[in-house]
Design a protein around this ligand. Structure first.
Ligand code: SF4
Length: 270
């Protein structure tokens, strides 16, 4: 029998809890409730949540309710986070999208959160840089949205120095990324999951071939979402010809593929 109590549960730093419409991945368009955790060692050039990267000493969490938002101490137990989720979702229970930041920095929190959510599905959005943590949390997740990170669109990582962060280091070069992507793909193969490949402008489509080869080899049934990058921070949006070429390369490998822009950008919702 577990001796865990809400007070002794593993904590994680929450950035925000809010209800919105899922803008990416296999469940795009579904009203969900989002639990966004702080902390990310990666530096994707197209990142739209750089405010989630660090763990400020006096961090607070924004809990967005229908009428207003309030601030709480960021370090939450799974029980506390589940209470905020129930407060933030209008109407009946929604699927919970656990996002970040990188939620796999906090695997113990994730595993302890699942039984607190009742009948809600728990969907994990991950960068796919921590295969050991992914293996640990897999059974707690009803769906995994796994980023297929092109290492050529990442700046050097910055590891977080905090006692509760997973000790697993992130990949630092192309060879390490290839090994880690393969590990993550093998873990999600045959599961309720999708792989998200962000395509930025000005690239040769052949640069994405190795990632598609890895999917074909390790998880051939995985739904691949080709997502055109949103222009920001010096990253260009891709021409449709480039997006189309990458989608065709996926089809050439007999992969299931969808092209989806970020819907929340179109709708103007968080
Ligand atoms: S993994 Fe996510 S939060 Fe981290 S830098 Fe990349 S896009 Fe931003």
């Amino acid at each position: 029998m577990s001796t865990s109590t809400p007070e002794s549960s593993p904590r994680a730093p929450v950035l925000e809890v809010f209800a919105s419409i899922q803008g990416e991945g296999a469940f795009v368009g579904e009203p969900q409730v989002f639990l966004r955790l702080r902390g990310c060692p990666l530096r994707c050039r197209w990142c739209d949540t750089p405010g989630s990267w660090t763990l400020p000493a006096a961090a607070t969490a924004r809990i967005a309710l229908r009428e207003r938002a309030r601030r709480e101490d960021a370090w939450a137990t799974p029980f506390q986070a589940a209470c905020w989720i129930a407060e933030a979702e209008p109407g009946g229970a929604r699927t919970v999208s656990l996002t970040g930041g990188e939620p796999l920095l906090w695997p113990a929190f994730l595993v302890a959160l699942k039984p607190m959510l009742g009948a809600r599905r728990l969907h994990l959005e991950t960068a796919g840089a921590h295969p050991e943590a992914l293996a640990r949390v897999l059974l707690a997740c009803d769906h995994v949205s796994l980023d297929l990170k092109p290492d050529f669109d990442l700046d050097a990582p910055v590891e977080l120095d905090h006692a509760l962060v997973t000790r697993e280091r992130v990949p630092v070069d192309a060879a390490e990324w290839a090994r880690v992507r393969a590990q993550c793909l093998r873990l999600v193969a045959g599961r309720d999951a999708c792989g998200k490949l962000v395509v930025s402008g000005g690239r040769d489509p052949e640069r994405y071939a190795a990632i598609l080869d890895e999917v074909e080899l390790h998880a051939p049934d995985l739904l691949v979402i080709v997502q055109p990058a949103t222009a920001m921070g010096g990253v260009e949006a891709p021409a449709i010809e480039l997006v189309d070429a990458v989608a065709e390369m996926a089809r050439d490998r007999e992969l299931r593929v969808r092209v989806l822009p970020q819907l929340h950008r179109v709708l103007g919702v968080p």
